[in-house]
Design a protein around this ligand. Structure first.
Ligand code: GDP
Ligand code: MN
Length: 383
């Protein structure tokens, strides 16, 4: 689970890491009001969970009301690498002379967390790692001792960080490790960690990914996740229904049981000239209620023009699935989008008999089901 920049910054700031003064805004007037309060110049930053926002046009500096308005208008509502931007962070712009990188992650090869420091911050660290691996200093940490002070100092020294800020950078690195440990982090990263002409060190960006399986003991972070998902109605629904769900940009809704089967369905939709609208895995042993929740989700997606249901019965029983589909569809006077069903495996014959063919199209094979759904979606497009 990934926190938004503004949330990660909050977590970092609470632990004592210096961050710029900032406010969240979701409309142009809000951006201007925040900027006035913070004082110009400000940075206006798209709050979406992808890196490289700067290059993609999701970060703009503004030195006055007109520029703030312009920045807000261009960033709010934009499509940033497939993510809709509905919130920006308005932040005191940092006048920096250097951009550093500090990060903590798990080194699976070593079976230990590793702290990394580089003076080549501000750019994608994976690129630095590839082009100039020596530009990143690494220090492995024994989790039973935590990061020892000499380790933090050594990483900072090895990276070639200037003497004048070395102490502050070491202290930030130590705090970052403690946070990573306390909060069940998967990755914690500050890129760039900006150094000002006055030798101040400020976290200008913040990344914090949490181990999903530990969220039960991180209630504050779980709440942040709910808040983050709150921006996207479909993500919120997927959370509530407990589905593995990924939104894609096509118009054929896909529901299946088992990740492999859903992936195969996605590939087939693509193969037959369609475009998948989503990945939705209802899981094993899906009961009628789950099936009906899954349909509720894809029907709620405005991009979906047709739905293909691909169920292979193992623990999941075809008759149970068929009942779920009927129940979900019987609620409607008019079916919102055409649904094509293919059932195989346990009790598929019973399932086929139960399915109400006034409500759904039943196909015997997966190929036929996918082609039919692609055709339905195409008809909608042609209208
Ligand atoms: P990312 O591209 O999504 O990782 O977003 P970052 O927050 O790391 O910002 C990318 C780049 O934008 C930084 O490396 C800076 O060069 C620039 N930037 C971001 N915030 C500021 C700021 O407050 N002042 C200045 N001058 N540049 C900024
Ligand atoms: Mn960054």
């Amino acid at each position: 689970m990934k926190l938004h920049e503004y949330q990660a910054k909050q977590v970092f700031a609470d632990a004592g890491i210096p961050t710029p003064d900032s406010q969240l805004a979701d409309d142009v007037a809000g951006v201007v009001a925040a900027a006035e309060e913070i004082g110009y110049p400000v940075a206006v930053k798209a709050q979406v969970q992808v890196g490289g926002r700067g290059k993609a046009g999701g970060i703009k500096l503004a030195d006055g009301e007109d520029e703030a308005r312009e920045a807000a208008e261009s960033i709010l509502g934009m499509d940033l690498k497939g993510y809709y931007v509905d919130q920006v962070l308005v932040e005191e712009a940092v006048d920096f002379v250097n951009e550093l990188y500090v990060g903590i992650t798990m080194d699976r090869g070593e079976g230990k967390p590793v702290a990394m420091v580089s003076t080549k911050g501000g750019v994608n660290i994976e690129e630095v790692a590839e082009e100039d691996p020596n530009a990143i200093a690494r220090e492995h940490i024994d989790p039973s001792f935590g990061m020892l002070p000499y380790q933090a100092r050594r990483a900072v020294y090895d990276a070639g960080v200037e003497q004048s800020v070395a102490r502050d950078v070491s202290s930030i690195l130590t705090t970052l490790y403690q946070l990573w440990d306390d909060k069940d982090g998967a990755d914690a990263e500050i890129n760039p960690l900006m150094v000002t002409s006055g030798d101040e060190v400020v976290a200008a960006d913040a990344v914090m990914n949490i181990d999903e399986d530990a969220l039960f003991r991180q209630p504050e972070l779980a709440e942040m996740e709910a808040e983050a998902a709150g921006g996207d109605e479909l993500e919120r629904m997927a959370d509530e229904y407990d589905f593995d769900y990924v939104r894609l940009d096509g118009n054929v809704g896909i529901i299946g049981n088992g990740a492999g089967l859903v992936m195969t369905t996605l590939d087939l939709v693509d193969y037959y000239g369609g475009q998948p609208a989503n990945f939705l895995d209802v899981g094993g042993g899906a009961k009628a209620a789950r099936i009906s929740n899954a349909l509720d989700m894809v029907f709620s997606d405005d991009n979906v023009d047709s739905v293909v249901f691909n169920i292979f019965g193992g623990i999941t029983r075809g008759d149970e699935v068929a009942r779920g589909i009927n129940e979900a569809l019987e609620q409607f006077d008019e079916i919102p989008k055409p649904v094509v069903v293919r059932l195989a495996g346990t009790n598929w014959e019973e399932g086929m008999e139960i399915l109400n063919e006034d409500l759904v199209t039943v196909e015997q094979t997966l190929e036929d089901a996918v082609q039919r759904a692609v055709a339905y979606a195409g008809e909608v497009n042609d209208q």
